[in-house]
Design a protein around this ligand. Structure first.
Ligand SMILES: NC(=O)c1ccc[n+]([C@@H]2O[C@H](COP(=O)([O-])OP(=O)(O)OC[C@H]3O[C@@H](n4cnc5c(N)ncnc54)[C@H](O)[C@@H]3O)[C@@H](O)[C@H]2O)c1
Length: 283
């Protein structure tokens, strides 16, 4: 399997680092021409240089609607078309473990960056894609929205919004040949995956991540840590013509975390049950 994206032009937002960068690399290796859109100029320009003639970088703040229109216009001017939009840039917001401690001060920033950006960019890209009668739009959601839990509620809500919008857009844009899907990554070790905890230094944060990683694998059926390219490979499939009949789907790429409880989790529960039964002489 090679050059699955030959002849296609793609935008990857948040393409300078992490999952976006991994996806840019996969897209380019598969023959796509790619516009890397990010607000980090140095990293974005360096990646575009590394890839060469088939890549461009455009400084973009996805929370600004006008930047997103400029991004689509730039792509059409540079590469003469637009086939794939990967709405991937995102931010976690300030980490609050419990709802009672969260004043939602970053609500607008998180919602504009994670959700409004996806809606505006989809519309601007689709205005072009509808004319050409085809296109693939891929949004980065998160398992944080599929399995709501403690902490970062604004982030979770923004990703849940992406899931609903993905399906709305798929229904609306299907008749123009535009497919819209979302990928829900599990924990992938990127900068974002280590949401700074107020009061912890960078080194303390690194120490915490090192001890948490094995704990995370307890809840993950596949016992290896995910990589940005694991997400990039799913994005590549959804971008390609092989996914011609796939739209409106939220696809988890998470090592099986959302598939169900692992044996280890189940054993922990069983241990508590057995301890209790023993304590009342019924074991
Ligand atoms: N890493 C994970 O475990 C994980 C899990 C689920 C979902 N996600 C999602 O994956 C996406 C990518 O995150 P990542 O883990 O690669 O993080 P990352 O921090 O490595 O990369 C995020 C990129 O987005 C860019 N970005 C952020 N805000 C921007 C803005 N306003 N305009 C333009 N660019 C902006 C950053 O500069 C950076 O290059 C995010 O949407 C995130 O919510 C990540």
């Amino acid at each position: 399997m090679a050059n699955e994206l030959d002849g296609k032009v793609a935008i990857v937002t948040g393409g300078a680092n992490g999952i976006g960068r991994g996806t840019v690399e996969v897209f380019a290796a598969e023959g796509a021409r790619v516009v890397i859109a990010d607000r980090e100029v140095e990293a974005g320009e360096a990646l575009a240089r590394e890839i060469g003639a088939d890549a461009r970088f455009l400084r973009t703040d996805v929370s600004r609607k006008e930047d997103l229109q400029a991004l689509v216009d730039f792509t059409l001017a540079e590469f003469g078309g637009l086939d794939v939009l990967f709405n991937n840039a995102g931010m976690p917001g300030v980490f609050h473990q419990r709802l009672l401690d969260d004043d939602f001060a970053d609500f607008d920033a998180v919602m504009n960056t994670n959700l409004a950006s996806v809606m505006h960019a989809t519309r601007f890209a689709a205005q072009h894609m509808a004319k050409q009668g085809r296109g693939s739009i891929i949004n980065t959601s998160s398992i944080a929205a599929l399995e709501p839990s403690y902490a970062i509620p604004i982030y979770r809500a923004s990703k849940a919004g992406i899931n609903v919008f993905t399906r709305c857009a798929a229904v609306d844009l299907g008749e123009y040949g535009i497919r819209v899907n979302a990928i829900a990554p599990g924990g992938i070790p990127t900068r974002m995956n280590s949401v700074p905890i107020p009061g912890l230094s960078d080194d303390e944060m690194k120490g915490l991540i090192a001890v948490l990683e094995p704990a995370r694998l307890v809840t993950q059926p596949l016992k290896h840590t995910g990589d940005p390219r694991d997400i990039g490979n799913m994005a590549m499939f959804l971008a390609s013509d092989r996914a011609a009949h796939v739209t409106g789907q939220i696809i988890a790429v998470d090592g099986g975390v959302t598939a169900g409880e692992t044996l280890k989790q189940n054993e922990l529960f069983g241990q508590v049950r057995d301890d209790y039964l023993r304590s009342i002489g019924k074991a």
